[in-house]
Design a protein around this ligand. Structure first.
Ligand code: SAH
Length: 266
């Protein structure tokens, strides 16, 4: 068999390409687009990508889609058709770690697909072909994102009426995020996840899929999640209100702070 050659992708800029911004919610995406002075939309399949600049940085912003497959399609297009240099994902998640409260933010240090189970052929959670179950963003990027998030949240009370919403001043956590095609909304399911993954901080439906795509394309990535619920029976309450009043302003503040800080070092 001959060695495979690569498809030539004219848009592919490697490390100098735009930053891919994946938003989980339409409200989050809209807030980003509203800040882009020169946004232009490009349709690719059923998705609309927004190319332009944000705080001086070249970006491509897009709605992720819900679930691992939807997120993987979106991330693949960002990587291959738009030639992004890295992907930042923002959205909400259910809190599983004991210290992780609604309104806190979790930065992914490792991502795992909690519903991947090809046992007995492979150990539970192992990604067949990759020989591992946890994917890690670059350590330096994670640390930089963590610090940027902490900085962005210092004055978040100026945009979000924390007190009126009964929320504490947000804390930033860094650790394991589990993803699966399931909205976890029972104490029993949350306990099962904690049993299998004792160090898990949060559960959501996309992050580890994006991580796997980034692994396949050699791209750095960051996953930042605002905790919207505790993945228990009350998880569905006021979801929309939380996204509009808390998660979207948080995401905007976080992405803006990170882009500004990148501009100042670039
Ligand atoms: N109400 C939304 C559906 C949200 S699905 C709508 O109508 O469109 C849940 C989304 O929030 C997913 O993107 C997932 O990543 C995240 N999420 C928040 N809490 C979660 C939980 N407890 N379990 C799984 N995913 C959760």
């Amino acid at each position: 068999m001959h060695a495979a050659s690569s498809i030539d992708r004219p848009d592919h800029n490697g490390s100098s390409g735009p930053i891919g911004l994946m938003a989980a919610m339409p409200q989050e995406l809209q807030a980003l687009i509203d800040l882009m002075p020169d946004e232009a939309s490009v349709r690719c399949g059923s998705r609309i990508f927004w190319r332009g600049h944000l705080h001086g940085q070249e970006v491509v912003a897009v709605l992720s889609g819900i679930g691992k497959v939807a997120a993987a399609i979106t991330a693949t297009l960002l990587a291959d058709a738009f030639g992004v240099s890295q992907i930042w994902f923002t959205g909400v998640a259910g809190g599983l770690g004991a210290e992780v409260r609604v309104g806190d933010v979790v930065v992914g240090e490792a991502l795992i697909q909690h519903d991947m189970d090809a046992s007995p052929l492979f150990p539970k959670h192992e990604l067949p072909g990759l020989g591992l179950s946890r994917l890690h963003p670059p350590v330096a990027l994670t640390r930089w994102v963590h610090d940027g998030v902490a900085q962005a949240l210092l004055d978040v009370h100026r945009h979000v009426p924390l007190h009126a919403l009964g929320l504490p001043q947000p804390r930033v956590h860094q650790g394991l995020i589990a993803s699966g095609d399931q909205f976890v909304a029972s104490a029993e399911d949350a306990d099962t996840l904690r049993h299998h993954l004792p160090d898990v901080l949060a559960v959501e439906m996309e992050g580890a899929a994006v991580a796997q795509v980034c692994d396949a394309f050699g791209l750095p990535f960051a996953v930042v999640r605002t905790i919207s619920d505790r993945a228990d029976a009350s998880a569905h309450l006021d979801f929309t209100r939380f996204i509009e009043q808390v998660a979207s302003p948080y995401s905007l503040a976080i992405v803006s702070a990170l882009l500004k800080s990148k501009s100042s070092v670039a």
